[in-house]
Design a protein around this ligand. Sequence first.
Ligand code: AP5
Length: 217
Amino acid sequence: MRVVLVGPPGAGKGTQAQFIASHLSIPKVSTGDIFRSNVSTGTDLGRKAKEYMDRGDLVPDEVTVAMVASRLAEDDAQAGFLLDGFPRNVPQARTLKQLLADWSLRLDIVLELVVDHDEVIRRLSGRRTCRQCGRVWHIAFDPPTRSGVCDECGGELFQRDDDREETIRHRLEVYQLQTQPLITYYADEGILLGIDATGPVEDVTDRALVALRRFTR
Ligand code: AP5
């Protein structure tokens, strides 16, 4: 199955992606995670991406698209994938469509996580991420047993640089301007399904899996 998760910053895309991908036995391809991993290891790609990410702007399409195309060509993505954070604008969506068409493939479903603005702010300001395994926590909604330490692997938890208040505000504006038009684009393609992404994480996962079953061809 080939799935795209879309939704504003903090909607829970990364949180849901880990459960859905594991349930469907497909790889999760998160452009934000790939960029962050390149930033932390100091690669050329990381150096190119960092200034945009720190500001909360989108990394230029030519950089992002090349990275996704090479990731989707890997063996583990041949039977399906779940994209988290890509596409992020209509040109990226068109490029993805063409890339898949070149391989005689197409997307099955675009799942939109619907959450209101205030909830997004609450989620982003309390988010903590494990430096070692990438597991996402929340200091109030999904706290680890020991503050600052990941329950899964014992790694150190950190707050993302782009989760500062000003940057959050800018990321939300970027979402409205550049990513929101994707909702109409995919609705017109007939593969968009929105789900309520509020409430406990497990409830959102259940809603997502029900939605995905409806689109399995
Ligand atoms: P990216 O990492 O994709 O950031 P984002 O889209 O802003 O999304 P987030 O990771 O902030 O939020 P999320 O929806 O994954 O929420 P999460 O699950 O963590 O991108 C970062 C940057 O990289 C971009 O700004 C850009 O510069 C660049 N980039 C990436 N892709 C790009 C592209 N395609 N083109 C160009 N540039 C690109 O959850 C948030 C918090 O809420 C967590 O603490 C979690 O525990 C909590 N939570 C989750 N679900 C619930 C729930 N149901 N109830 C209560 N709390 C919950």
